[in-house]
Design a protein around this ligand. Structure first.
Ligand code: NDP
Ligand code: 2IT
Length: 443
């Protein structure tokens, strides 16, 4: 049995109750075998066994008082997965589905994604099974303050730097930052995604969506094509989806769909980003309000957009939202590019099916790395007490996405899987972390 298969088997036995974590780990470990064959010392040093075990898992009670005066209790988490190449770095997810399996999958992915950015950031993730939907600002603040009252002792600008993810945007980061500062009596760049008036970086809001589209332009160029004139189906209607749609349309594509957990919108005239932002960012309303403002747009309740005809699909909502059945529908309708804006939105079977049917596929850890990359740039700006212009950050983002594309595609070629960006991103992200772990001895 190969080394990677051995470790996958151990994981399946030990963490049978963590399906998302097993899925993410399996996808990575399977593709590492060619790199492991080239480095037999990794096995003798039990490198994979160490890599799949988080350095630290913190779980804690988050009690808070709702608007009716009742006490609510949520469970908070921080997974400090790997600090070989820099402080733990990764977002906080606030969603009722949050559990250890989901946060371990996200933290594990983050290790390789952060390595690909070329910036010195380790991997981490956290969050809580708290549902921000329908809560008042005061309730959100009460929750965030309570969450930080426990989390603050474990994090710091050189230790662990959380950020946003599903359910955690500028408002939540503001409340978390305020409480951290109050508890420590110190201003520091301990969180990223901060507001521009207190140390945030220009272009962080846009970074993940813009970065995914920049990545897509390199994939198209490889095939001698360009974005102008292409049709795109996007899922999600949050931070990543909105700015992916905006950049894609700026570059001449037509974005036909966006979605949320209630259904999807098809707009034959192309999604109007200003209307979408107003509905989602300003009013925090549902997509039915978008349809009400756009007479030709149609709403498909409870469905996902993958049955629509498009050249390019960009899943930007959540994990496992693109199934084998969806992949078959996309291929049947002529889709030729799938770019993951979300983390692990495509199931393993769907990914294999797409790759076998000549769809050029970009894994999230490469394509959505623009968000954490600009978080890294926010940390640099905070450390030098400066702030860079939008254009400067955007230029750096573009060059980081170009370099991620090159390293993933080169590693794929060097290790015998030319054109397979899943293999390439996993191997390229892994090698740097592996070298750092080997240099640092058994720890
Ligand atoms: P937001 O909270 O801003 O938006 C999430 C969107 O996805 C919403 O439209 C939401 O709909 C939808 N969604 C969430 N959960 C589900 C679900 N279970 N089923 C269907 N739809 C769902 O989050 P982001 O845009 O920040 O994150 C989206 C994805 O991108 C996540 O996978 C995240 O991990 C990943 N990501 C985010 C980065 C960032 O910088 N923000 C960076 C890199 C990756 P509804 O409102 O109905 O819940
Ligand atoms: O999944 C991700 O990369 C994020 N949610 C962003 C993490 C960050 O630290 O900016």
């Amino acid at each position: 049995m190969s080394y990677s298969s051995e470790v996958i088997a151990q994981l399946k036995e030990r963490y049978a109750d963590q399906p998302e974590f097993i899925q993410a780990a399996q996808e990575v470990l399977v593709s590492l075998q060619p790199a492991l064959d080239a480095h037999p010392e990794y096995q003798s040093q039990a490198l994979l066994e160490r890599l799949v075990e988080p350095e630290r898992v913190i779980m804690f009670r988050v009690p808070w008082v709702d608007d009716k005066g009742q006490i609510q209790v949520n469970r908070g988490y921080r997974i400090e997965f790997n600090s070989a190449i820099g402080p733990y770095k990764g977002g906080l997810r606030l969603h009722p589905s949050v559990n250890l399996s989901i946060l371990k999958f996200l933290g594990f992915e983050q290790i390789f994604k952060n390595s690909l950015t070329t910036l010195p950031m380790g991997g981490g993730k956290g969050g809580a099974d708290f549902d921000p939907k329908g809560k008042s600002d005061r309730e959100i603040m009460a929750f965030c303050q309570s969450f930080m009252t426990e989390l603050y002792r474990y994090i710091g600008p050189n230790t662990d730097v959380p950020a946003g993810d599903i359910g955690t945007g500028a408002r939540e980061i503001g409340y978390l930052f305020g409480q951290y500062k109050r508890l420590r009596n110190e201003w520091s760049g301990v969180l990223t995604g901060k507001g521009l008036s207190y140390g945030g970086s220009l272009a962080r809001t846009e970074a993940t969506g813009y970065g995914a589209v920049y990545f897509l332009t390199h994939m198209l160029a490889e095939k001698g094509e360009e974005l102008a004139g292409k049709t795109i189906c996007i899922s999600g209607a949050g931070n990543v989806a909105i700015y992916a749609a905006q950049k894609a349309q700026q570059l001449g594509a037509c974005v036909l769909t966006v979605s949320d957990s209630s259904g999807y919108v098809y707009d034959p005239d192309g999604i109007d980003v200003a209307t979408l932002k107003n509905v989602k960012e300003v009013r925090r309303a549902r997509l039915t309000d978008y349809v009400a403002a756009r007479p030709r747009a149609m709403y498909h309740e409870t469905q996902r957009p993958w049955g629509e005809k498009c050249d390019i699909a960009m899943p930007c909502a959540t994990q496992n939202e693109l199934s084998l059945e969806s992949a078959q529908a996309l291929v049947a309708h002529g889709c030729r590019y799938v770019v993951e804006g979300a983390n692990m939105p495509t199931t393993l079977e769907a990914t294999t099916y797409l790759q076998e049917h000549d769809v050029f596929f970009a894994p999230g850890k490469a394509a959505n790395a623009g968000g954490v990359a600009v978080s890294g740039l926010e940390m640099s700006q905070n450390a030098e007490h400066l702030s860079w212009s939008f254009d400067e950050v955007d230029q750096r983002l573009q060059s980081i996405m170009a370099s991620i594309y090159t390293s993933a595609s080169t590693a794929a070629k060097d290790y015998g899987h030319e054109g397979n960006l899943v293999f390439g991103a996993n191997i390229a992200g892994f090698l740097k972390v592996a070298e750092a772990m080997m240099a640092q001895g058994v720890c």
